[in-house]
Design a protein around this ligand. Structure first.
Ligand code: PGA
Length: 260
């Protein structure tokens, strides 16, 4: 049984001091954090240290980053490496988010190298994949998902892929208020699992957590998690408000523990 994973992707929001206040409040809201849900916050690089300091070493809230560069160190102005993230206490790293693909030109091979760097330094990569609206309307969603998995994951052994998480994030659902339906998410997750079974192994396909992302809110989280094909959520806008993020976490734990 895969445990649920809820990840808050803060994107380019909150200064280091705002971030510290936010996680302090979040921790108070979750005074009895759910045991059935794994929690991650992914603040901007500049807030990782202040968030870590507030959370301390005992917090159930883990730290993630939103990106990394594949080299370990060197003349790469403006970049951040996996060992730097590891040193700040990061456990997870989001890789290949559609905003990075569309705004910063990230592509298959670069994404593969980033995933390789994460694995090499003991970070759990969360690979984001998803189709555009035009691709969905052209009926090529499955093909797009399959291609994105192949180009970024096919060079890894099944053993290496054991710590991978995938986030299915249809581009048309990100930040638009138009979430995929549960049926659309489940269908995409089934496709992803089938592709993983052939590119990695049936065991990896069974074990890999597949999160849904794209306009997740307190209103739709329970429905999205009602299928055991959806192993959690990658949340943007709704994770920036303490009450809304804490409510999503509570709903997630209730949904799964009563097996709706
Ligand atoms: P959203 O973003 O929840 O604001 O749609 C999700 C994401 O980009 O990961």
């Amino acid at each position: 049984m895969r445990t649920l994973l809820i990840v808050g992707n803060w994107k380019m929001n909150k200064t280091a001091s705002e971030a510290a206040t936010f996680v302090g409040e979040l921790s108070r809201h979750l005074s009895k954090p759910p045991t059935s849900v794994e929690l991650v916050v992914a603040p901007p690089f500049t807030a990782l240290e202040s968030v870590r300091r507030v959370l301390g070493s005992e917090s159930p809230i883990q730290l993630g980053a939103q990106n990394l560069f594949w080299e370990t160190q060197g003349a790469y102005t403006g970049e951040i490496s996996a060992p730097m993230l590891k040193d700040l206490g990061c456990r997870y790293v989001i890789i290949g988010h559609s905003e990075r693909r569309t705004l910063f030109g990230e592509r298959g091979d670069g994404i593969r190298r980033k995933i390789q760097a994460a694995f090499a330094h003991g970070l759990h990569p969360i690979l984001c994949i998803g189709e555009s609206l035009a691709q969905r309307e052209a009926g090529s969603t499955n093909e797009v998902l399959s291609q994105q998995i192949h180009e970024s994951l096919s060079s890894f052994t099944a053993e290496t892929l054991a710590s991978l998480t995938i986030a299915y994030e249809p581009i048309w659902a990100i930040g638009t208020g138009r979430s995929a339906t549960t049926e659309q998410a489940v269908a995409a997750h089934q496709t992803i699992r089938a592709v993983l079974a052939t590119t990695a192994s049936p065991t990896i396909a069974e074990r890999t957590k597949i999160l849904y992302g794209g306009s997740v809110t307190t209103q739709n989280i329970a429905a999205l998690l009602s299928s055991d094909q959806v192993d959690g959520a990658l949340i943007g806008g709704a994770c920036l408000d303490v009450t809304s993020f804490a409510t999503i976490i509570q709903l997630a734990s209730t949904t799964r523990s009563i097996g709706v």
